[in-house]
Write a protein that binds this ligand. Structure first.
Ligand code: ZN
Length: 193
C-alpha cells in the first residue's frame, strides 16, 4: 500500500513538501510503514519507519560474531538509541533523527562516520584514543566482527531481524530505562502488571 500527502518543510518552511508512505511486510517482524519526505525547494530529506504491529518500549540485543552477521536486517526508527558497548559508541536520536531499514554493517559505518567527524574536532589523548577505536571498528567490520548491537526504542518501532531467532534478545524497557532514555516519556503506558 502506498499513499502520499504534503507537509511543511522544517528547513525552509515550504508548506508543500511531498511525503510518501509505503507499507512493507517484513518477514519475522510484521508490517512497517516507511515515510519519505523530500523538499523540492531546499533539498531537505527525512525518512522514518513505524511498526504497525504491536508496539512496546523495547530493548533489542544482538551478539554479532561473524561477517555473515553483518547482513542481519535492522529496522531503526527515529526515536531509537543505538549503542555498541564494546566500542563505547552510542548514537542518541536528535529531534529530526532518521529512521531506516538497513543492516548491521551499515549501522557500523554510520557510527564510524560519526566518530570520524567527531575526531576532526579533538586533539591529543582524545584523538589518539578515538583513532584506536576507529581502527578497532574497521577491523571488526572487515574481518573479525565480535560485538553487541543494542537498540533501545521507547516507541517500539525498531527491530533486529535474524533468521536465527536465538541471535536476538528482546525485552521490554524498564521504567528506569524509560526515564533515562531520550523520548522515553512518549512510551505507551505499560499494561497493569
Ligand atoms: Zn525545504
Amino acid at each position: 500500500m502506498e499513499g502520499s500527502y504534503a507537509q511543511r518543510c522544517p528547513s525552509c518552511d515550504n508548506d508543500s513538501m511531498p511525503t510518501t508512505q509505503t507499507e512493507y511486510d517484513v518477514e519475522h517482524f510484521g508490517t512497517v510503514l516507511l515515510t519519505v519526505a523530500v523538499c523540492q525547494r531546499c533539498g531537505y530529506r527525512h525518512t522514518d519507519v513505524m511498526n504497525l504491529s504491536g508496539r512496546q518500549p523495547t530493548a533489542l540485543t544482538a551478539k554479532i560474531g561473524s561477517l555473515e552477521d553483518l547482513n542481519i536486517r535492522v529496522i531503526k526508527s527515529g526515536t531509537a538509541t543505538v549503542s555498541i558497548p564494546e566500542f563505547k559508541a552510542t548514537i542518541t536520536p536528535g529531534p529530526h533523527s532518521e529512521g531506516y531499514i538497513s543492516n548491521v554493517e551499515s549501522i557500523l559505518l554510520k557510527i564510524e562516520d560519526a566518530l570520524t567527524f567527531m575526531l576532526s574536532t579533538v586533539k591529543g589523548e582524545r584523538l589518539r584514543k578515538g583513532e584506536a577505536m576507529l581502527k578497532k571498528m574497521q577491523k571488526a567490520r572487515n574481518s573479525n566482527p565480535k560485538f553487541t548491537l543494542v537498540i533501545k526504542d521507547p516507541l517500539g518501532n525498531s527491530a533486529i531481524i535474524s533468521p536465527n531467532s536465538r541471535k536476538v534478545k528482546k525485552r521490554r524497557l524498564t521504567r528506569l530505562e524509560l526515564q533515562k532514555i531520550k523520548y522515553g516519556q512518549y512510551a505507551p503506558i505499560a499494561p497493569a502488571a
